[in-house]
Design a protein around this ligand. Structure first.
Ligand code: NAP
Length: 287
């Protein structure tokens, strides 16, 4: 049981965590910090927060767990503000979509307190943001990856593992590097494809007509291009090397498809589509 949870950045991910823990009866009080009073007032109104503060120091006072749920680019200044004000017993975690940059920021700012920092990433979300987008079942049967460091305190990891378990999540452990490589392929690359496709089509002269005739497949494929641009800018900056390497490999794959089409290689196309379909069909059964 967490007596007081402090959430720094009360958006989709932070508010869903609060609602899930409250529903499970696994938290006493939840306090939020943000820059925008209106968002935090809404959080109280919706039952996400029991209270809020406009200063990080006030928000984390007496908190046993502090969850940093701001965009990746804002993590380092938040850790810098946390360092002088956290209690001897508080445990810190984050929810950032890339882990290398967050671990570097935490190591730089938290010094010896980094032993009480447990890096984490819930593999769950929607294209919506803000406190109103949160819902209690977001993490139900979804994976949460924890990437503790060599110096991370085992008890701190157990507390964060138990917290996500209470939300109905399945907890997995990866190294920071492995996490960033895998997520670049399964999450970051698909977002780049969706953004690039919609951006490209919107630049065409007849884009109004193209979008007018867009069917379900286009909607499914491009849904994630409605995700928050700030969050995805920060993911690209944070995990740029892994992402660029995958984009280059994907460009080669597109070249292979284009070559098969232009040479009328029906067998090659059928082989490619057949393999992709069977891979996806078997994967969806496990998701
Ligand atoms: P969100 O809905 O936009 O919420 C982020 C919150 O952080 C906002 O409510 C904002 O509140 C606060 N914030 C923004 N910039 C800030 C800054 N510079 N300093 C302090 N606070 C700031 O975003 P989210 O989707 O919950 O994502 C939060 C984190 O979760 C990100 O690190 C993201 O990588 C990760 N994540 C997201 C998803 C997803 O699908 N969305 C999935 C897994 C992990 P104020 O405006 O009140 O300051």
């Amino acid at each position: 049981m967490i007596n007081k949870l402090a959430i720094i950045g009360v958006g989709l991910i932070g508010s869903s965590l609060s609602l899930a823990l409250k529903q499970a009866g696994a938290v006493g009080q939840v306090f939020g910090y943000g820059r925008n009073r209106g968002n935090l007032e809404k959080g109280v109104e919706l039952g996400v927060l029991d209270g809020f503060e406009l200063s990080i120091a006030d928000c984390v006072r007496d908190a046993d767990v502090i969850v940093v749920a701001v965009p990746l680019g804002a993590m380092q200044p938040v850790f810098a503000e946390l360092k002088p004000v956290i209690s001897n017993t508080a445990i810190i975690t984050d929810v950032g979509s890339a882990k290398g940059s967050v671990v570097a920021a935490a190591t730089a700012e938290l010094d010896e307190l980094v032993s009480r920092f447990v890096p984490g990433h819930p593999i769950a979300g929607t294209e919506q943001s803000g406190v109103e987008a949160g819902f209690a079942s977001l993490y139900q049967n979804r994976r949460v990856i924890l990437t503790p460091l060599e110096q991370t305190d085992h008890d701190a990891t157990s507390v964060i593992d138990a917290m996500w378990h209470e939300c109905g999540a399945i907890i997995e452990y990866l190294s920071v590097e492995h996490h960033d490589k895998v997520l670049a392929a399964t999450s970051h690359l698909p977002h780049m494809l969706a953004y690039a496709l919609v951006h490209y089509l919107s630049g065409l002269n007849d884009h109004d007509e193209i979008f007018r005739f867009a069917a379900g497949g286009f909607r499914d494929f491009t849904r994630i291009a409605s995700s928050d641009p700030v969050m995805w800018r920060d993911v690209c900056i944070a995990n740029g090397d892994a992402l660029v390497s995958l984009i280059e490999q994907y460009q080669q794959e597109l070249d292979r498809v284009a070559a098969a089409i232009s040479s009328g290689d029906a067998d090659e196309l059928l082989k490619l589509f057949g393999k992709a379909k069977s891979e996806r069909d078997s994967l969806i059964g496990n998701c």
